[in-house]
Design a protein around this ligand. Sequence first.
Ligand SMILES: [Zn+2]
Length: 146
Amino acid sequence: MCFNLAEGPRCQLCEDQRRDTGLICVVEEPGDVIPIERTHEYRGRYHVLGGALSPIDGVDPEDLKLSELFARVENAPADAPVREVVLATNPTTTGEATALYVADRLRTSAPEVTVTRLASGLPVGADLEYADEVTLGKALAGRRAL
Ligand SMILES: [Zn+2]
């Protein structure tokens, strides 16, 4: 269902009934699930795309598990709707392109679903003086009220 690595038809996280089915975190690779799980900040489900969009390298939407993701969101049962899709693709050109593609599609096909993107910003313990301008710029753009 989520295309994470699994021994049976569903992975351990999809089998876990305590996890929130209304939240889907979209990642590029199965290996990306592990660091997110380690934070203990996320209690929803996952969707592993199997890569990121990169037309130059010949990776088009049909090469990733995108239609399966849209089907999960759009065809969710009325008593267990998907409330939020968290885009946790990498903060790279291809990861950003993939996140924008998913957000664009869901805005039209599932406008009731909140689409979020992981904040990108300064590493914990960093000093502003030494931050690169791209990272600092993203941290500024993604600032939030305290
Ligand atoms: Zn799964």
